[in-house]
Structure formats: structure tokens, C-alpha cells
Design a protein around this ligand. Structure first.
Ligand code: ADP
Ligand code: MG
Length: 292
């Protein structure tokens, strides 16, 4: 288990993380989300010992993680722009990483073959997607206790995502790995994560179990005989949009409660719609005034 407590980090005058608190359970996939520049990479770099925090602590199974080799060997960090030398090939990076980690070679080559990546060619000449596929294959072949992926799925095609998603589930099952993956795109992560943490305004504004959080929020489409304004609608929503006679709201209220609250407006029908990760965050963010 990872416990991040009151973590702070500034670059010069610029405060990036201010009192970040987060608990990460073992054997799960945590999605760290936030807009570009929110501080996701900074938080992951501190977590993996690339940067030092200004204050606060990170405990891994109760042990302070900074400069602790015993803790660090359980982490594999895949940065958003992994380093490789001009002449590096998938074969040569394997040798490099084998000096640091136990790598499952069969798995690595199996994944490369699946993605039709020639291990003898220069990574330098690969497309962005092929570079990502190479490094994710390596990360999966290392199957560390803690796998930290920074924007790892950015630019991957849907089939590659699906393959990696299945492989991630396998390493969690087989090795009880914990996966922490960041993204600026909520939709990219929603089918992968068990839990989430939203980084905004320098700290974690919302976190928890993803499906439980999704159950707490409902979306309704409501039609009225005549156009209705936001002002005329009872303040039961977290978010509100209207195209005249048809209104869409997100709210924590259940169907019957909504029905009761708006009965005086004589709705023609109320339909419950499914809510995705992104809509849930829009609702959280709007309610917290974070969009203001
Ligand atoms: P994200 O990954 O969420 O897009 P980052 O953690 O990369 O955000 O960056 C958060 C903020 O910290 C940005 O304003 C960025 O410019 C700043 N920042 C990140 N790394 C450095 C650094 N090494 N030196 C100075 N500023 C940095
Ligand atoms: Mg980043």
C-alpha cells in the first residue's frame, strides 16, 4: 500500500503540488487524471524517486520511499517520454533493463511480435505509437510490484489499448501488481481503472472507487411541453444543459426524487441515461466550482 501524505512541490515560485494526500491499494489500477499541467507527471516522478518533494511523505508498506533502494526496486516507472539512445533497438534496451530488473524475455518478444515490431530496428525511427508499444511491452515483461505509467496509452490505437488492458489485468492477477496510470483523457482510462484520483488546483480534489462514484451520479433527459430555462428549473442538478424543451441534468438524486421535485413543471417524460467517467468529473468539477 502506498500512502502519500501532505506532499508539496514547487518549481521556483510555481506551486505544483500543495498538500497532496492519496492512498493507493495493492492489486488495483488507479487512474490519476487532471488537465494538462495539473501536476500528474510531477507527482508520478516524486512517487518513483525522480524528483524530491519539498515536504510531506510517501510511505510504501509503511517504509519511507525516498532514496530507499529496497522500496525502489519494486517500482517501474514509464515516463511520458522514455529515454533511449540514438542507436537503441528493442533488443538493446532489453539488455539495459536486464541489468536493473528481472525481465520475462518470452513475454517481451511475444508482445513485440504481436505488435509487429522488429526488435533489431532503431527505436529512433519508430512512430510514436510503436515507441509506446515497445516500452509498454518492456514494462509488462518486468511485471513489477508497482507499475507507474505516465500517459502510457496516449496515441495508441484501440486494438493496442485492448491488448495492453488485458495484459495489465493478467499481471495484476498473476503477480498482484499495482498499476498507477495517468492521463489527461478520462475516457482513455475509464474501462481500465478500479479507482481514480483527480488532481486539480494543486491537490487531489476527488478520489475513490470508480464504479461506486459512478453509481452516486445520475443523468436524466427530461422533455417538457414548452421550452424551459435553467432559472425555472429547481436547483437539483450538478450540471444542466438544455436545447429548449429537452433538458439534460446530472444529479445525485434518484429517479423518483427527480420526478417528485419537478412534477409541477409537468414533464412529458424523464429518461435515465448512462453516465461515463468524463461526465462524472464534469459534474464533480462544476459542483466544486473548479470550472469557475
Ligand atoms: P501534467 O503531467 O499534469 O501535465 P506536469 O507535472 O508535467 O503536469 O507539470 C505541472 C507544472 O509544473 C507545469 O506548470 C510545468 O510547467 C511545471 N513543471 C514540471 N516540471 C518542471 C521542471 N522540471 N521545472 C520547472 N517546472 C516544471
Ligand atoms: Mg504529464
Amino acid at each position: 500500500m502506498i500512502e502519500i501524505d501532505k506532499l508539496c512541490k514547487s518549481f521556483g515560485e510555481k506551486v505544483v503540488l500543495n498538500n497532496v494526500d492519496l492512498k493507493i491499494d495493492d492489486g488495483k489500477v488507479l487512474g490519476l487524471v487532471g488537465i494538462n499541467g495539473a501536476g500528474k507527471s510531477t507527482l508520478l516522478r516524486i512517487l518513483c524517486g525522480v524528483y524530491k518533494s519539498d515536504s510531506g511523505s510517501i510511505l510504501v508498506d509503511g517504509k519511507e520511499s525516498y532514496d530507499n533502494e529496497e522500496v525502489k526496486k519494486d517500482f517501474f516507472f514509464l515516463p511520458d517520454d522514455p529515454y533511449y539512445d540514438f542507436n537503441s533497438t528493442p533488443n538493446s534496451i532489453l539488455k539495459l533493463y536486464e541489468a536493473l530488473y528481472k525481465v520475462d524475455r518470452d513475454k517481451y518478444f511475444e508482445l513485440l511480435e504481436h505488435f509487429k515490431i522488429n526488435p533489431k530496428l532503431k527505436i529512433n525511427k519508430f512512430s510514436k505509437g510503436m515507441k509506446r508499444q515497445t516500452f509498454i511491452s518492456l514494462a509488462l515483461a518486468i511485471h513489477p510490484k508497482y507499475l507507474v505509467l505516465d500517459e502510457a496509452f496516449d496515441g495508441l490505437d484501440p486494438l493496442a489499448r485492448l491488448k495492453f488492458k488485458r495484459e495489465l489485468i493478467d499481471i495484476i492477477e498473476d503477480y498482484n501488481s499495482t498499476v498507477i496510470i495517468s492521463s489527461h483523457s478520462l475516457r482513455e482510462l475509464e474501462d481500465i481503472c478500479d479507482s481514480f484520483a483527480l488532481l486539480d488546483k494543486n491537490h487531489i480534489v476527488s478520489s475513490g472507487n470508480l464504479s461506486e462514484a459512478l453509481e452516486e451520479i445520475h443523468k436524466y433527459q427530461i422533455a417538457f411541453p414548452e421550452a424551459i430555462t435553467k432559472e425555472a428549473f429547481p436547483r437539483i442538478y450538478k450540471s444542466f444543459s438544455s436545447d429548449g424543451r429537452v433538458v439534460k441534468i446530472t444529479t445525485s438524486l434518484k429517479y423518483e426524487e427527480v420526478e417528485e421535485k419537478i412534477k409541477d413543471l409537468n414533464p412529458i417524460f424523464i429518461d435515465e441515461l448512462s453516465v461515463d467517467f468524463e461526465e462524472m468529473f464534469e459534474a464533480v468539477v462544476e459542483e466544486g466550482g473548479y470550472l469557475a
